[in-house]
Design a protein around this ligand. Sequence first.
Ligand SMILES: *[C@@H]1O[C@H](CO)[C@@H](O)[C@H](O)[C@H]1NC(C)=O
Ligand SMILES: *[C@@H]1O[C@H](CO)[C@@H](O)[C@H](O)[C@H]1NC(C)=O
Ligand SMILES: *[C@@H]1O[C@H](CO)[C@@H](O)[C@H](O)[C@H]1NC(C)=O
Ligand SMILES: *[C@@H]1O[C@H](CO)[C@@H](O)[C@H](O)[C@H]1NC(C)=O
Ligand SMILES: *[C@@H]1O[C@H](CO)[C@@H](O)[C@H](O)[C@H]1NC(C)=O
Ligand SMILES: *[C@@H]1O[C@H](CO)[C@@H](O)[C@H](O)[C@H]1NC(C)=O
Ligand SMILES: *[C@@H]1O[C@H](CO)[C@@H](O)[C@H](O)[C@H]1NC(C)=O
Ligand SMILES: *[C@@H]1O[C@H](CO)[C@@H](O)[C@H](O)[C@H]1NC(C)=O
Ligand SMILES: *[C@@H]1O[C@H](CO)[C@@H](O)[C@H](O)[C@H]1NC(C)=O
Ligand SMILES: *[C@@H]1O[C@H](CO)[C@@H](O)[C@H](O)[C@H]1NC(C)=O
Length: 882
Amino acid sequence: MATTTFKAPLFFALFLSLLFHITTSLQETEILITFKSSIEDPMNSLSSWSNTSNTHLCNWTGITCSSSKLSLSVTSLNLQGLNLSGEVSPSLCQLPNLSHLNLADNFFNQPIPLHLAQCKSLETLNLSYNLIWGTIPDQIFLFTSLKILDLSKNRIEGVIPDSLGSLKNLQVLNLGSNLFSGSVPSTIFGNFTQLVLLDLSENPFLISQIPEEIGKLVKLQQLSLQRSNFHGFIPESLVGLLGLKVLDISQNNLTGEIPLKLGLSLENLISLDVSQNRIAGSFPIGMCNSKALINLNLHTNLFDGSISNTFDECLNLEKFQVQNNGFSGDFPSGIWSLPKIKLIRAENNRFIGEIPDFISKAVQLEQVQIDNNSFTGRVPNGLGLLRILYRFSASRNGFYGELPQNYCDSPLMSILNFSNNLLSGNIPELKICRKLVSLSLANNSLNGVIPPSLAELPVLTYLDLSNNNLSGSIPDDLQNLKLALFNVSFNRLSGKVPFSLVFGLPASFLQGNPGLCGPGMPNPCSDERPKHSSIRPNKLIITLIIVTLAAGVMLVCVGFFIMHRSSHCEEKCLSEEWNMVLFYPLRINEQDIMIAMNEKNALSDGGTFGRAYMMKLPSGELIVVKKLMNSGRVSSKSLKAEVKTLAKIRHKNVTKLLGFCYSDESIFLLYEYIQNGSLKDTMCRLDIQLEWSVRLRIALGAAQGLAYLHKDYVPYLLHRNVKASNILLDMDFEPKLTDISLDRIVGENAYQSAIASELQSCCYNAPELGCGKKPTEQMDVYSFGVVLLELVTGKKAEQEESGESVDVVKWVRRKINMKNGPIQVLDPKIATSFKQEMLAALEIALRCTSITADKRPTMLEVVRSLQALHTMSQFSGVQLEP
Ligand SMILES: *[C@@H]1O[C@H](CO)[C@@H](O)[C@H](O)[C@H]1NC(C)=O
Ligand SMILES: *[C@@H]1O[C@H](CO)[C@@H](O)[C@H](O)[C@H]1NC(C)=O
Ligand SMILES: *[C@@H]1O[C@H](CO)[C@@H](O)[C@H](O)[C@H]1NC(C)=O
Ligand SMILES: *[C@@H]1O[C@H](CO)[C@@H](O)[C@H](O)[C@H]1NC(C)=O
Ligand SMILES: *[C@@H]1O[C@H](CO)[C@@H](O)[C@H](O)[C@H]1NC(C)=O
Ligand SMILES: *[C@@H]1O[C@H](CO)[C@@H](O)[C@H](O)[C@H]1NC(C)=O
Ligand SMILES: *[C@@H]1O[C@H](CO)[C@@H](O)[C@H](O)[C@H]1NC(C)=O
Ligand SMILES: *[C@@H]1O[C@H](CO)[C@@H](O)[C@H](O)[C@H]1NC(C)=O
Ligand SMILES: *[C@@H]1O[C@H](CO)[C@@H](O)[C@H](O)[C@H]1NC(C)=O
Ligand SMILES: *[C@@H]1O[C@H](CO)[C@@H](O)[C@H](O)[C@H]1NC(C)=O
């Protein structure tokens, strides 16, 4: 008996917990299935999520459970990269133990799902790489348990709210690649005592200094602030970040000096990137020196006194990027021998100093770029001892003396550039660097011969030895290489030039070597001169034929190479100076854009300034790429600023500018794709009959867009090119203005000449335009009035009437002076029941197109009048219902 009384409760407990287990699982199954039902899953990744399948829910795709006692419970949901979209439903928060939610790399297109704050144990929320939009709401503080918040690579805009500072447990805060604006609030950092990673990079609309308070984040290991428009000084407080491993503040507008002098602990630093700012000053002399060297220096009394600064520092440093700034003074020489250093970039500064021989200790070194500085001394012997170095580019410096014999002994070396230095002596043979692609030794004082061993480097493609004192002949075997560039101009070379080096290359430069001779050269070679002065006539004829044939072949070759080069230009140009700025995460690069520039994708109406092309994104979305000429009148800095100004416009009646890409020659603007094409095309189509209510809505929307540009947007903008082909219609025929203020992008002169050359749309231009008047709002109003006339009359802005082209304004004015005139001009395709409204709209259009500018209403007045009509129209619509 005793045993049973003892066992019964145990059994009961067991039974209960089993029951509990089952009910929990059932509930969780339902919760997950509810969640799934609000989600679109094109790849069917969640097929295992089903109440009919035999798999336990803990084995469903993306689910991780944990167990306590006898119950299993979902703790983590990892659905990244499954091409999911739809709605993140709040049902998830009924999972009592959910602590990690990763929805990254999908296509969720919605505001931040605030309701997830109800998930009481949520620690990780990863929404990175989606299409999340809207602002961070103040209620973000509700996510009290969050440790990891990753909202990067979305379209979140607005200011970063103060209330974010309440998330005391945050360890990772990633807001990179979004559209945040304004200044980063310095107040948010007070509670972030646990923060390890802070990423505010790639937010082109921030206008902020780096907040001093970041220096208080004692646990910070990674600080990424690159490409976010930060300006001002780098706060000295950063030296307090003793655990910092990665500091990236590159590509901002930072000034002043780096506060390294104060002893920013370099013990843990792995990567330092301050490139592309306007930082000046110098680095402390002892920086990154190893202890051994300090001792050495102490012995030789060269030590500069800052011992605390130099202990074990930089031993973890792998990347040192300070290029494109205004640094001067000694380059910190300790960097050259760090045990883990891989990458050194310091080009385009004014550093001085020498590269020590013990660069050989930097056994991990892969890449060095120090072009365009004031380095001096000899090319170190140690260079040849580095085994994985593949790029060493040190052009435009003051290196002198002879190249060491082993200068190209790294088996991986691909790019060597010592051009524009003061090197002298012979060029040592190259044998070991069989991966060498590019060798540039131009503009030095090298002498001796071109080393024949060059011909044995199988992938050598660029060879520039110009402007030296090289002598001797060009090795015949160089013909075996597949060179793209061969430049030996301005040396003292002599002898016969191998035929294929004259004619067989895309680019060959031989001039400035008076001693060179042979076909294609100014001098024939002496051994080619006729040996006997008496040539028999038939021989002469044969020679002539051969010469003629050779000339023909040459012509063909030259033609071929010209064609060849131009057809390859696109690729070439690409590798050159393309800059791309995206305001939305589009997942494309310059190449994609080039590929899309294809006549197949061209849109019929490119606009005044260039062609437009349609392009499909990896996500399946379509965008429009508009190609403009880069007149070069607008500097690239102000170009960026201007495009940003246009990209910031957010209005339902303005097409979104998603990004742009530019080179010296062209500018590509990336716009959202609007399904129904332009109002102009739609009016011409026979298969679509725009009803009056739709026309009115189009007019109202366009007017609202213009009123917004004129009065609400800062800076105030003029459209300057309002016309039916610049009003696009979306699926619901909601109008969207496009090609706004392009004068800001192409420059005033280019703008005016483009407008002037476009005869077709001159009817949209206000009469005062072209009288040297500055552009005004009233000119936009006039153009809008023309569009409104088109909508009312159903006639194009410019049309043929008895062989003469007449603009719609003149036509209407002529007609309405006749008897019953106003009614005659109305579009006969619209039912007469709308007559009153159409007459009212006509009246507005006539006021807008007044000859005298100050009689025209403002866009705001136009909006009000049209709104009144619109309300009336809806009202009459209701009345008409039977
Ligand atoms: C599975 O779920 C669906 C819808 O949620 C429900 O209609 C069906 O009855 C469920 N089946 C079982 C076996 O629970
Ligand atoms: C999940 O699947 C594995 C093997 O496929 C199995 O061993 C395990 O018991 C399953 N887990 C649950 C909770 O059903
Ligand atoms: C889930 O959370 C509850 C309390 O919310 C807790 O009692 C239970 O042990 C947790 N289960 C698991 C598996 O962690
Ligand atoms: C969020 O997910 C993305 C995509 O998988 C990943 O790269 C990123 O590291 C995740 N964020 C965090 C903080 O783990
Ligand atoms: C820190 O968090 C508390 C609430 O947890 C909040 O009241 C306070 O404002 C926060 N401090 C800062 C600097 O954000
Ligand atoms: C950088 O800052 C200077 C003023 O310090 C300002 O004139 C310039 O426009 C800024 N450049 C950019 C690209 O923001
Ligand atoms: C060289 O660097 C300076 C800055 O030190 C820069 O102004 C100049 O444009 C650079 N020259 C070239 C050819 O890149
Ligand atoms: C080598 O450096 C010079 C001067 O900076 C530069 O003009 C040239 O393009 C470089 N060559 C290669 C192949 O990068
Ligand atoms: C060599 O110097 C000349 C004149 O200073 C310059 O035009 C040329 O670009 C330089 N060559 C290289 C490869 O930098
Ligand atoms: C996800 O979507 C992209 C773009 O729509 C597509 O290219 C990709 O193939 C999809 N991924 C898979 C695994 O189907």
